[in-house]
Structure formats: C-alpha cells, structure tokens
Design a protein around this ligand. Structure first.
Ligand SMILES: [Ca+2]
Length: 789
C-alpha cells in the first residue's frame, strides 16, 4: 500500500482500497458472460441481466495531470520566481511540492515517459519525432508493449481525455488519413482536442478533435478574441460537464498540456503589459533576486550555490543598449504568456471545485516538461529561424518588427517571437543549463505539485526525494491498487521503470526510494546514483547557434565528464571529478549499464537524423510527385511536398474569373512559408523566410478564362541557398525572380499545405486580414513534382 497517511484517514482509506482491489494481469478485461440461460422458448429460459464487476474502488479519485511546456524551476512565484502562477500556488497550498523532481530535458521524451511510466528511450522517444530514426530507442513511436496510463485506466473504467499539445505521433502519420494507432485516441484516450505537433500558433493553430482536423472557435474563454490555452480550457470544461452528466459513476483521467510556454510566445498584449518594466535589469540580476527568494522560501537547500553563467552565454551587460528594449519586451511577453496559461489551468480547477469533485481529485501539476528553452538563441521574432540554422542579426529582427508596428506587435499573431537564451537561463535559477541538457538540472529539474485533499495533508515544506517523471504512472497504479498488467491488447508488456512516489505523500522526510536514474538527450547525459550525479554535457550547447565546433570528431568515449556530490551540492556547483576519479568511473560504467538496459544505444543516437549527421534519414514523405484533383486543406507540412526546399514544379488548371482573388496554394504559415495567390487578377508569389525576409514576385494582369498556371522553383546551388522562381501562364513566362535564401529544414511544426485557400496561420501579410483568402475561381488538377536541378 501507498501510505503513511494522517491518522484519521489512514484506516478508512486502507479499508476502501484493500477490499476493492481487482487487479488483472491481462487487459482489457474479458467481456462479462451473460447471466441468462436460454431455453428453446422464452418460457423455458431464465433471464438475469449481466452485471459488469466493479474494477475500481467506489471512491477512486479523478486524476488531473497539468503539464506546462518549456518552463524552468526559476519562473513561478510559487517557488521564488517572478512570473505569477496563482494556480500552481493553489495546488501547492492544497497539497505538497517536490523540489527534486525531474524530466528528460525535452518535449516528446518527457511526455512519453509520463504517459507510460517508462524511460524515454525504452519507449522509442530518445528525441522528438521530427528527427526520429531507425534505432529502437529513437524511433519516435511509443510501442504498444508499453501501454499508457490512459489505456490502463480506461480498461479499469475511467473516462479518459487529453487536451492541448500531444507530440507523440510519428510525423509521417499525422494526415487525416492516419493510421490512427499512434494518435491520442490510439493510446487509450477516449477523447482528444489539441494539436499533434511540438508547437503551434496560439492564435491561428491547426487543431484536431479525436482524428479529425477542425476549425478552432472564433473566440475563447468568454472573450472576444481567440487563444489556444483558453480554447483547450473551454473544451476541457465542456468535457468535464458532459462526463459528470453522462457518466457520473465513472472517475476520469484528464491530461491537460497547453502549448504554452513553448515558442512561439504569443498572448494578448494586456497580459504582457502586466510585466512592463519588471525585467529591466536583465537576466543576471533576475537570477540573483530569484535565488535569494528561493533560499528564503526554503525551495533550495540552505547551502545551495548559485551557479555562474557559462562563458558561451551573453551577459545582460553585453547586450547593446539599443537592443535592450527588444530583449526586455520578449521576456515580458513570455511572462504574460506563462501566467495566462496557468490562469487557464485555474479555470479547470474552478470547474472541478464547482462540481464538488476537488476533494477527491488528485492533481499532478508538473511545472515544465523540461527546463526553460534556450532555442530562441539571441532573441527572435521567428523562432524557427534557429531550428533552420539561418544566421541573422538582431538588427534585422528589429527592423522587420518595426515594419509591422514595433515592440507592441511582439506576442501577436504576426510574430513567432521567442526570448533570448539568457532569459531561459534565468528560468533555470539556480542551476546550470537549459532544456535539451540531460547533464544539468537546468534541463531536467522541474517542480511538481500534488494535491488530493481527501488523502494528502497539505505541507508547505518541500519534499526532496529524488524522483523522475516516469514515477507518475506507477504512483497512480499504486493508489488504485492496480497491478501493472503483463499483457495489454495482446501485447506482452515491457518492464516498468518508474516507482511510485506515494510513500512520500504524507511523509516529507521519508527516505527517497529512487536510487538511480539516467538522463540523455542527444548525448547531453547524466546519471544519478545515491546522492551523486555524473554529467557529460555532450557535443551541443543549446544556446549557441550553428554547427557545434568539433562535432565531426566528437565521440562519447572521449567525452569529458563532471562529478557532483548532490547530497551536499544542491545545484551541481562544484565539480569534484578530480577528487574522486574512481567514483566517476563507477558512475560512467553505471550510465552505460543503464543505457544498455533502456535502449539508449548508440550514445548520441538521437543526433543521427539531425542536420549534423544524416538529415536525409529524417522522417519525410517517400514521394517526389503528387496529383491533387481537387483543392485540399490541412495537409500537415511534414507530410506535404517540400516546395521550394527542393527544386519543384507546381502545375495547376485554373479557371480565372473576372476580378480574380484568393490563394492558389500555400505551404506553412505566418512564421514562414511559401504562397501563390491572385490579387485583383495579378498573380503573386511570396517566399516568407521566417518573417525576416520576404521575397515577392508579381505578374501583370492575367486575363480571365481557363489557364494552365505553373510555378517552377529551382535551387541554384544547394538546400537553403538561392532559388530562381519562374511563373508561367499557358507556357508563357509572366513573372520571375530570385529568392536569395531558401529554407533547409521546415517552415513550421504545425501549419499545413492547402490548395485553393490558406487556412489557419496565413503565409502572407498581404492577405492576413482576409485569411483564409479562398480562391474565387475554380481549380482543377494540381500536379506537383520535384525536378532535377
Ligand atoms: Ca518542452
């Protein structure tokens, strides 16, 4: 059993759970046989309605997992930071907090680990699905041999639902034609509303309900605007109300994961304005202030040290004065965006409370699926620039921003902004490092608050047992007395890696039960063992743009390791590898053993299909020709023709009307993309290079009538280099031009390819106000093929 509960509750809970256990080794449960005995006639038959046995205790709790994206330990006011988090406060005050809880340091890996209770590499999620490869630990697919919590709870009689960011479906399987085995509804969630990618526009997202692409509502949260975090709170509230009305006898499991606070950082201006002037002193000063608060609150140990800034990261002082307003505003937007997401989580709590369910709902509020993200590098109006390795100057960002309205536009639908890495590091206070670093707690140490008024006694003192996100699912199973099944849907199950942390719920001082844990994200790795931690930062520094120096010669066998005695050295401030060489060797050997046990081989396997090694092996459609005999919409970018990334020819049969207006085709969105459209009978082509450079080509007036329109894009040199574009009508050139720089990876994560319209986030500012700007003529066949250079 799971507890050392307070004395009053203990006997009661023990009784309830001890006598209602209904553990089962094979799921789903077999159908209940009929209790009626048919004779030849009804008169000779006995009739008794079958009753399904109860699988769960009468008062099985509801379970709510709240998972915020890309937020570090140093941000929430709850634990000493400076971003207001009233909902996290509420959960922490009603329950308990863990200050040595850990994630994997990256999105999909942490999500896969939470959902399955297994290490990320055991379930194929050594890194995100966009750069999956063929090694088992990095396949980007959670195998059916590791059932998710949703699958197990559903079998036991829970209603299950997921909202918001998913990011655990293979990239090549996310069109509306599936297959859907690896979508949320294929993993045990009876309902899903959200987006499948790693990030989305907050104002113009491509949304999915269950397995169908849908339009998001016009407004959200009772406001006259739309915002994704509000929308998924609205939808969760509706789902909870229906659940209570339709199936009041069933408990529920809700997984609520907003896109916030991943890039792009987008929120209504008034939320960003709440933080006006709050961060004027920069990130170095932020860390000092927050560290003092953390000490005062007892969130970090008394002897904890504030780790210094890495040499590779800019000091606030080094930022030119004329760029500081830009950098400050980026942080104000992030802070508003983050508070807004936490506030939406609060609306869900309000709903649960109003339904009288809060007392018996266990809430796991996980503050961050990894540490704060430094992927915005030097501050940006378009965060995908960095992912594509395109070097730009801050002055270009500021200039492009000034063209569309200046600083106040940051956070709006017109920019995909993301803050300077220095702010991410501030969010890691007091630790070293950021997201993507398995070696340091700045990547992996995320606060966890748990409340369950019925059974957990609130305790303001942090719990310091060393735990990991794989421990959530086993905790839930222990609370419900569910023995993890050996077979689910016919698949023999993998061993569980997680261990329950319920033993510590009502015992702050309980001795931690997790003795070992490995960490590895793209070869930034670490191993915890009984109070010690060994770290190898690996070949990449996430806040340094471009190709890492020495990457070609890098080998995990010759990497430099650091050693920290974290029982005494809270924040990994003091590398003692020189003092304890034998201990370090022992830890390195343990890391290899754990890696072998958990499919974390080869070391650095997550780097395989990145731009550094074999980008050609990244998931991509295995085709070079497409024929669309009708207009289409919502073909996810990752599954669509890579227009203008490789040389391509688009040929369209178009009936051009008088006063022709609207989009012929559009790939991706406001963050970056390519579009071809009519405006007042003139043909326009635009290549939007991540908002900072737009190349526009325009024809003279095209006469009405049936036309064959072709757009030829030829790479002159290589992927990412210049592109020559020629537009022809009935074989005759009507416009041409050169795009000075192409794109080398992708434009967006979550936007789509459309023909005849530009849904959701529009590519061009020239029709942003009229989006989706559907074409007012008729489009027949569109054929697309890659052409040889
Ligand atoms: Ca994340």
């Amino acid at each position: 059993m799971y507890l050392k509960y307070n004395k009053l509750l203990f006997p009661l809970i023990f009784l309830i759970f001890a006598f209602s256990a209904n553990a089962q080794d094979v799921l789903p449960f077999p159908p209940t046989p009929s209790a009626s005995k048919p004779g030849v006639t009804i008169e000779t038959s006995s009739y008794q309605k079958r009753e399904d046995p109860k699988r769960l205790p009468d008062d099985a709790p509801n379970i709510l997992v709240i998972l915020i994206d890309d937020v570090g330990n140093g941000f929430p006011t709850t634990y000493g930071g400076e971003i207001h988090t009233p909902t996290l406060d509420r959960v922490a005050e009603n329950g308990i907090s863990y200050n040595r809880f850990h994630t994997t340091a990256m999105c999909s890996p942490t999500r896969a680990a939470i959902l399955t209770g297994r290490n990320h590499t055991r379930v194929g999620n050594g890194q995100i699905s966009a750069i999956a490869n063929d090694f088992d630990g990095f396949s980007g697919i959670i195998p059916k041999t590791s059932a998710t919590m949703a699958e197990v709870l559903k079998a036991y009689g829970y209603n299950t639902a997921a909202f918001g960011k998913w990011h655990n479906t293979p990239e090549d399987q996310i069109t509306s034609k599936g297959p859907f085995d690896y979508w949320p509804t294929g993993y045990g969630f009876e309902y899903f509303y959200g987006f499948l990618a790693g990030e989305a526009s907050q104002f113009e997202p491509t949304m999915v309900r269950n397995t169908t692409f849908v339009d998001h509502p016009e407004t959200s949260g009772g406001n006259d605007h739309y915002h994704l975090s509000e929308d998924i709170a609205d939808d969760a509230i509706t789902w909870l109300r229906e659940q209570k009305a339709y199936a009041p006898d069933k408990p529920w499991f809700v997984y609520w994961a907003p896109g916030a606070s991943h890039g792009p950082h987008q929120v209504m201006k008034e939320w960003a304005d709440k933080y006006k002037g709050k961060f004027d002193d920069g990130w170095d000063a932020y860390r000092k202030r927050v560290f003092e608060n953390q000490k005062k609150l007892g969130w970090v140990s008394e002897n904890a040290k504030l780790t210094p800034r890495a040499e590779t990261m800019a000091s606030w002082e080094s930022i030119p004065e004329n760029e500081k307003p830009f950098q400050r505003r980026l942080m104000e937007v992030f802070a508003g965006f983050t508070e807004h997401a936490d506030t939406q989580a609060g609306r869900i709590l309000d709903e649960i409370e109003a339904a009288g369910e809060l007392d018996n709902t266990i809430i796991f509020y996980i503050w961050g699926d990894n540490g704060s993200s430094s992927e915005g590098l030097y501050g940006t109006i378009s965060e995908q620039l960095a992912q594509n390795g395109i070097p730009t100057k801050i002055s270009e960002h500021i200039s492009a921003l000034n063209d569309i309205g200046g600083l106040d536009v940051l956070g709006s639908a017109l920019t995909d902004n993301m803050y300077h890495a220095g702010w991410a590091w501030a969010g890691s206070t007091p630790y070293q490092g950021t997201k993507l670093q398995g070696a340091y707690f700045g990547g992996t140490r995320n606060p966890l608050a748990v409340s369950w008024p019925k059974s957990i006694k609130p305790d303001g003192k942090p719990h310091s047992q060393f735990h990991h996100c794989i421990d959530i699912a086993p905790t839930v199973y222990e609370l419900l007395d569910i023995q993890h099944p050996n077979v689910v849907n016919g698949f023999t199950q993998d061993a569980m890696d997680g261990i329950s942390l319920a033993y510590s719920f009502n015992d702050t001082k309980a001795k931690g039960r997790r003795s070992t844990q490995f960490f590895d994200i793209m070869a930034s790795r670490g191993i915890y063992h009984e109070g010690w931690f060994a770290s190898a930062p690996g070949p990449r520094t996430p806040w340094v743009g471009g190709i890492p120096k020495g990457i070609k010669e890098w080998s995990p066998l010759t990497d430099t390791w650091e050693l920290y005695h974290i029982d005494e050295d809270w924040s990994q401030a003091n590398d003692v590898s020189a003092q304890y060489p034998e201990k370090l060797e022992e830890m390195k050997a343990l890391f290899l053993t754990e890696s072998a046990k958990n499919k974390n081989l080869p070391i650095g396997g997550g780097l395989w299909s990145t731009a550094l090694y074999h980008p050609e092996d990244a998931p991509a459609p295995n085709r070079t020709e497409w024929v669309f005999n009708h207009p289409i919409s919502n073909m996810p970018e990752s599954t669509a023709p890579k227009l203008d990334k490789v040389s391509s020819l688009v040929e369209m049969e178009v009936d051009v009307p008088e006063n022709a207006n609207g989009v012929l085709y559009a790939l991706a969105g406001m963050g970056g993309g390519v579009t071809c459209f009519f405006k007042d009978n003139q043909l326009h082509y635009e290549f939007n290079l991540f908002m900072v450079r737009r190349t526009k080509i325009q024809s003279k007036t095209i006469k009405p009538g049936q036309k064959k329109i072709s757009i030829e894009s030829k790479l002159i040199d290589k992927i990412g280099g210049p592109i020559d574009v020629v537009i022809r009508v009935d074989g005759k050139e009507v416009a041409s031009g050169r795009v000075p720089n192409g794109m080398s990876l992708h434009f967006t994560s979550n936007a789509t390819f459309d023909i005849g319209t530009d849904r959701d986030s529009p590519v061009s500012l020239d029709y942003h106000k009229e989006a989706p700007f559907s074409f007012n003529g008729t489009i027949g066949e569109t054929s697309i093929k890659y052409i040889n250079m």
